[in-house]
Design a protein around this ligand. Structure first.
Ligand code: NAD
Ligand code: ZN
Length: 259
């Protein structure tokens, strides 16, 4: 506890953004399954698919109706869930630190925004399940998901609307997923706190590795060992907290709010 407090207080004295990077683990305690659990499996015809196969553009092209059914089911799960004390801790930290605060989230569930973090500072690097866009990009805008999800076609060009999420066979960009902004935040951060992510995706690993290489403060919160906990343990200004987000993040917020 003392070590954590010292690390946080000295990071706050330095210049640079305070970056929080969240993964599915922060929403697990709100009842939204991570991709490591078996809840995400989906049957199309006689074949059972894993989330990593469902969440692809290739699958959408082959079976758009089935992919939409899977997303509508997942979105209902997200709407039924409530933000937990870990989400609320991040709202308090943003209120305290304003412009210095950055939230990079892999979660598409919308819980950070519903908890009260600002859309401008919540970089949803894998998109948001509550939004859609035209698959043909006839209009560049990202739109709120229609109330009636029975007909998911673009009103303008008639092609499919697609979930506004980054699929496993697609690339990050700045316009939709804040790629460059996230890399820039990692290159100047005073603090990176990684919460509930397994490190299986590309941009979060780049962010973690860049912060570790710079020797900036790096803290990981996760009940399981993972690539970020290994990085944090190797850093002089790092620590890995083996615990749940809903318990550890409020403790971190308390220290940050006292400063
Ligand atoms: P992941 O499913 O790969 O890993 C989740 C991590 O959370 C694991 O390391 C696990 O040990 C940890 N964890 C579990 N319970 C925790 C708790 N109570 N507190 C802290 N940590 C806990 O998730 P990921 O790394 O985010 O990546 C999977 C991909 O799936 C991402 O692309 C993400 O967009 C997507 N996804 C999103 C959601 C969501 O929006 N809530 C849910 C599932 C998957
Ligand atoms: Zn269109």
């Amino acid at each position: 506890m003392r070590e954590l407090e010292n690390l946080l207080l000295s990071a706050l004295e330095e210049e640079g953004p305070l970056v929080f990077l969240t993964g599915a683990g922060i929403s697990a305690e709100s009842g939204i399954p991570t991709f490591r659990g078996k809840e995400g499996f989906w049957t199309v015809g006689s074949k059972v698919y894993q989330p990593q196969e469902m969440a692809t553009f290739a699958m959408f092209r082959a079976h758009p109706e089935e992919v939409w059914k899977w997303y509508v089911m997942r979105r209902e799960m997200c709407l039924d869930a409530e933000p937990n004390p870990a989400h609320q801790a991040l709202v308090k930290i943003e209120k305290r630190w304003g412009n210095r605060f950055r939230l990079i989230t892999q979660n598409v569930d919308g819980l950070h925004i519903r908890a009260g973090n600002s859309p401008e500072r919540t970089w949803r690097i894998h998109g948001d399940i509550n939004f859609v866009r035209c698959v043909a990009s006839c209009i560049p805008e990202v739109l709120p998901i229609p109330e009636n999800t029975d007909d998911m076609h673009c009103r303008k060009c008639g092609d499919w609307l697609r979930p506004h999420v980054l699929w496993f066979d697609e690339c990050y960009n700045e316009e939709w997923y804040r790629y460059e902004s996230s890399i820039a935040a990692a290159s100047e951060s005073a603090l990176l706190v990684v919460i509930g992510t397994s490190g299986a995706t590309n941009l979060p690993m780049q962010v973690g590795m860049q912060v570790a290489e710079r020797g900036a403060c790096l803290i990981d919160i996760n009940p399981e060992p993972n690539p970020f906990s290994e990085l944090a343990q190797r850093c002089e200004k790092g620590t890995a907290i083996s615990g749940k987000a809903s318990e550890s993040l409020p403790r971190i917020a308390e220290i940050i709010l006292r400063s």
